[in-house]
Design a protein around this ligand. Sequence first.
Ligand code: ZN
Ligand code: ZN
Ligand code: FE
Length: 743
Amino acid sequence: MKRVRVILKGTVQGVGFRPFVYRIARELGLKGCVLNDLKGVEIEVEGKEDKLEEFLIKLNREKPPLAHIYSQSIEFLPPHGYEEFYIKESEGKGEKEALILPDIATCNECLRELFDPDDRRYMYPFINCTNCGPRFTIVEKLPYDRKNTSMKDFKMCKKCESEYKDPLDRRFHAQPNACPVCGPTVNLYDSKGKELGSGYQAIELTIEAIKLGKVCAIKGIGGFHLICNATDERAVMELRKRKKRSEKPFAVMFRDIEQLKDFANPTKLEEAMLLSPERPIILVEKNRELAPSVAPELKKVGAFLPYSPLHHIILKKLHFPIVATSGNISDEPIVKDNDKALKELSNLCDYVMTHDRNIVRRCDDSVVKVIGGIPTPIRRSRGYAPIPIELPFTLKEKVLAVGGMLKNTFAIGIGDKAIISQHIGDIENLTTLQAFEESLLDLMELYDFLPERIVCDLHPRYETTKWAEEFSKTRGIPLVKLQHHYAHILSCMAENKVKEQVLGIAWDGTGYGEDGTLWGGEFLIATYKEFKRAFHFKPFKLIGGEKAIKEPRRVALSLLFEIYKKDAFGVIRKIVKEIHDKDLEILYRAWERGVNSPLSSSVGRLFDAVSSLLDIKQTISYEGQAAMMIEDMFEPSVKDKYPYEIKGKEIDWKPIIESLLEDSQKEKAPTRFINTLADISTKIAEEVGIEKVCLSGGVMQNSPLVERIKENLLKRGFSVYTHQKIPPNDGGISLGQVIYRGT
Ligand code: ZN
Ligand code: ZN
Ligand code: FE
């Protein structure tokens, strides 16, 4: 007889782990107990040695589908004399290490019950079990127990309680367990706040409204969605008008994969991602037009499948897909509370559907794009947050990383893990800054986390930088400022666990450089300790600063002024008809004197310039729009490129722009431009001669570009690392900040 104590850490709570242990221990005739504590799951089993060994094998082989074990410690001890195997009550002391699970899409077993007229949860929009349902968005504190979630206000009925208490039931300790008798309900209101109905009646009214082309706000898992018929142009335009969102694409939710395939051509890999329990939005190629305003001028559309029972019920009754976009007011974060939805979101829609299960923390839908053959998060949020990223080494201090300013996430680093927050968004006003602070303090409290070091971006005007300075001062915690593109490269090194020196190619919109100019076309030689700016694109002036970001033609003009001086007027007039001499004069003078015209080496801005010079897009209405349109024009069969020059540490774009203007095959110009960038990467990688190359930054969301760079470099014997756990864009900055000098 022997006793074994097993301590498991990872996502082991709320996934049916204890009942699983209970079952296998009993099957093997072993005695002992299992409990959840703040660190994870602790098991004690005793019995014959061969049975114990069998137990340990089964424990790893047959574990529940949602359980991920990061560490397992096994200790053999003398027998204790247990009389049976039982599940012990949770203990609430010690350091909090247990991982919180993300919100998981409704499982197939629950779906079967949802649509079974004989089931007691038939058409019940809050059905869930230990394998599915909300987690991260309902937990108030650890350990993950019903009393610590927003389900605490719902007292389980007899039937639910007996499921909850039965170790052999699929709902044993499923914390959000509920049914129509005892659980949450939905309510429907009109835009004036008048209640129209509740329960299934409310759902039916909503379905009718959507059919009539109305816009409805519907409370989901991590916040409200704004929903309308995705095939009804008038409804989609109405939503655009009310949301004040002119062109930025909307995501579309399809009833099932079959319906999705009527409108789009997902690859096998994309199909697998669409069906994964995380249920992200996947960018897939359209094959038939939804309403034209869903994703104007783009080849791809963000598509996803229902992930909550409510979505399933609604879509089952509709014969068309729906637009499901974040329910927020202009630049504010997604609305999660009923009050705010009824007061403010109601101005944007005809009906508001709420429910009485409180959303503890907001969590937007995640977005994934297959880039160069690899599924890459563009926005890592619901379904993924807060699963930790394993680091290549153990951090010597506890780190709080506040991230960048756009597409913000922040992160906390403890031991060999980084917990990256859900998507916070662009922090450009007081409301988003407040949401950032609220989310940050919330996550710190959830994990009882006190940082020993804070890391922020080098940009003096980022709201997150100012916040970090203040926080560091009041709490007396040292603050480190980290260059933006170096953070991008560090994030790529960290998620790929690269330990050696790398050549980092960091291309993006803009980030603050060490010399005070705006970087964005960088080749950095980097380790976790330091970096050197090895090569970069020749800086050009962004006429009007921020304005140049919205108007690609300002960037184009800046490049033309530099090449042709005042002769540029004639060149631009051939491309852009509606530009006045007076305006050109003003822009020229601003350029010449450098008035509000910061220098930048940004490749993202070069994409903008190209889109203007090819008259693809002169003004943009969302970040990355021009680059996305150029990506759509890529032709794999076109292999040639434009000339360029490398002078010292600078890549001169002048020959590229001149050749592009002279190119008589303008339809091939976008591909030739992308090929040129890939060729520049190869040339410089060979010049630098470091074997490992990391690609990061927003520009690396361009799939053909990444593909071409990889292809070139792999052929020449380089190892190339890209992102697949965190976004290449600024959503990944916080991971880079966590890892900096952590060893
Ligand atoms: Zn389920
Ligand atoms: Zn019940
Ligand atoms: Fe960036």
